[in-house]
Design a protein around this ligand. Structure first.
Ligand code: ADP
Ligand code: ZN
Length: 619
């Protein structure tokens, strides 16, 4: 665009304002949260940092100022797939956008450069290593630039989990282009990362816009692990039939195993892990992005830069390493703002496994201490009887409004908490008397008075603790032992093959000085949870007639996406399809007022969409 906002050119055309572009290009009626303040700051030539959760709406914060300011906006992004899909979406909305990265041929790259120099581009996405070449920097110096947007800015942080060496070089932007505003964006919020971004990108004096990290449309639920695969199948079948979702496991073997089980149950599942052939992995990712209703089962290597807005659930079959990792992974659900589930199964073996991974890692003692602290915080989240959201946000230094979020398992069906001090004493003395080297299974056999081969071999049926715990069953004892580990009264000992030993704090419990409150896990509460689900996870609003229209719209969209070779959501989001069903538009004007339908979309798809709505009305 060539005009300053609100001004007019020689021909008397009025320059667009941010809100008018939001509406005409993106088809959206209003800004969200901090967007407006950020956009007006950057459009006015200011640099800044933006911390916003995944799905918060970061892209508009640099796309709109690029359209409002003279010259081309340069977007630095480390993720080729993400660049491709964002550009496809922008082109479909009528924005002059292009990419410059290693996937282009020499001729294609030349053509893009020519368009840039001729002032024919509003937005250019560039990979960082490309941007830093002499050729590209000198090209940019000859071009009028609207801004630099540094997406995934936490990649400059050497302490972070996504460090990319090529991001370090981005400090040249401040040095060589002091007059071009820079906007650095990330969903990673911790203080250390924030400071490092500011220093490296020359943003020490620039304002930092921090959005709330709450994701109100995500429902958090953490359940006791029994048979993880069966639990997952039930979760998908009952709550997410036909939905797209991501399942995380720790190991490749478990990924393959889980995919096999899901496929056998008729769920379209695909694997994704580092051990696979790269082209097959890329194919699976593409199918997940482009087709409706695929479940991808992945190790943590999957997901950064996955922009798919309609991921309806994220399931964890294993415990992640930290709350940061959990929040980032679960954050991939529900970018479109519609109800979504973050669901995890968790058990004693998870804590033991993660502890062992830390103990056996080659990191320094300081690193191990930090890792254990992070694991403890995550285990605390799993064991809390209070609101999960409050815990999560509290971890990031944010307070929750109100006493209950009404959208986590503990808020919708609060678990019963009981005084488990006596049960705890029984477990701890059982651990002590058996020599602090056995796992939960053997301890439970002793507590329940079972004369198994091992028990008799070791003479453990002669111990005073043998058979003292018949008031609880197997599962209940497992839950008690897990919580004693979680509360730090027991610790798994890597040298004793994960056997449990007492910690310093166990003494207070054994002496009766420390009360141990435990949360009760019953199968009944799982059932209650299910019924208490506040909102259906997916499906069309309204009756069966409208769901037929939704299906027709989806089919039309799939065909269109295949024809254009782009993901379905690039054509129209689910929320927009549902908006059409709800509004049942009869005219182009009515269709235009559905959120997500901008001028270009109306022009391209208006007739086809109105025809589908009419056809539905006639049946
Ligand atoms: P992020 O990059 O922060 O993860 P995106 O920029 O991809 O998030 O936006 C996430 C989703 O929110 C997208 O589907 C986008 O269309 C939608 N969105 C962003 N801003 C708005 C808004 N003001 N009104 C409605 N939807 C919005
Ligand atoms: Zn809650």
């Amino acid at each position: 665009m060539q005009l300053e906002p609100g001004s007019s050119d020689d021909a008397g055309r009025i320059a667009p304002t941010a809100i008018s572009l939001l509406n005409s290009v993106f088809g959206l009626p209003a800004f969200r949260g901090e967007q407006e303040a950020i956009i007006s700051h950057v459009a006015g030539g200011g640099s800044c940092m933006v911390l916003m959760p995944t799905g918060g709406g970061k892209s508009l914060c640099y796309q709109l100022p690029s359209l409002l300011r003279r010259g081309c906006g340069i977007v630095v992004s480390p993720l080729i797939a993400l660049m491709r899909d964002q550009v496809a979406g922008l082109l479909d909305a009528g924005v002059k956008a292009a990419v410059l990265n290693s996937t282009l041929s020499w001729e294609e790259a030349q053509a893009v450069e020519q368009r840039l120099l001729a002032g024919h581009l509003d937005l250019l996405y560039v990979a960082p290593e490309r941007l830093l070449t002499q050729r590209c920097l000198s090209l940019l110096k000859r071009t009028r630039l609207a801004l630099f947007a540094i997406d995934e800015a936490h990649c400059v942080s050497q302490w972070g989990h996504d460090f990319r060496p090529e991001y370090i070089g981005l400090s040249v932007l401040a040095e060589q282009f002091p007059d071009v505003p820079r906007i650095a964006l990330t969903a990673t919020a911790d203080d250390l990362t924030r400071k490092e971004i500011a220093t490296r990108l020359g943003l020490d004096d620039a304002p930092c816009f921090i959005a709330s990290f709450d994701r109100p449309n995500i429902r958090y639920e953490i359940v006791e692990k029994r048979n993880a695969k069966a639990q997952l199948q039930e979760f998908i079948a009952e709550r997410h039939a036909g939905d797209a979702g991501i399942v995380y496991c720790l190991s490749r073997a478990k990924v393959e195993d889980t995919v096999a089980a899901l496929v056998k149950a008729g769920i379209p599942a695909l694997s994704y892990h580092a051990g696979m052939d790269a082209s097959l992995r890329a194919r699976h990712q593409d199918r997940f992005l482009n087709e409706d209703g695929i479940v991808i089962v992945a190790t943590i290597a999957f997901g950064m830069g996955i922009d798919k807005p309609d991921v309806r659930f994220v399931a964890h079959l294993d415990l992640p390493k930290s709350i940061e990792a959990y929040y980032q992974e679960t954050g991939r659900a529900g970018r479109d703002g519609k109800p979504s589930n973050a669901w995890m199964t968790y058990g004693l073996s998870d804590i033991v496994q993660q502890r062992r991974m830390i103990d056996e890692s080659t990191g320094s003692d300081a690193f191990k201490r930090v890792s254990i602290g992070k694991l403890d915080a995550l285990v605390g989240l799993c064991e809390t009887a209070g609101c999960r959201r409050e815990r999560l946000l509290g971890y990031f230094g944010e307070a929750c409004d109100g006493p209950s979020c009404s959208n986590c398992d503990n808020c919708t069906s609060p678990p019963r908490v009981w005084d488990g001090s006596v049960a705890a004493q029984k477990v701890l003395s059982c651990v002590y008397r058996t020599g602090q080297r056995f796992g939960a299974m053997h301890l439970i056999d002793v507590l329940l008075g079972r004369s198994t081969e091992r028990v008799t071999q070791l003479g453990h049926e002669k111990l005073s603790v043998f058979g003292v715990g018949t008031e609880l069953n197997d599962r209940q004892w497992r839950a008690v032992i897990r919580q004693l580990v979680a509360h730090g009264h027991l610790q798994s000992d890597s040298e004793a093959f994960g056997g449990l030993k007492l910690t310093e704090s166990a003494r207070g419990v054994l002496r009766g000085e420390t009360t141990v409150m435990l949360r009760e896990e019953t199968s009944a509460s799982t059932k209650r949870n299910r019924r208490a689900r506040a909102v259906p996870a997916s499906g069309a609003p309204g009756g069966s007639g409208s769901s037929a229209l939704l299906t027709a719209l989806r089919n039309w969209r799939s065909g269109m996406a295949r024809e254009l070779g782009v993901p379905a959501y690039v054509i129209l989001h689910d929320a927009t399809l549902e908006g059409i069903v709800a509004a049942s538009p009869k005219s182009r004007d009515q269709l235009r007022s559905v959120p997500g339908i901008g001028d270009k979309k109306l022009e391209r798809y208006g007739d086809a969409l109105l025809q589908l709505v009419r056809a539905d009305g006639n049946t």
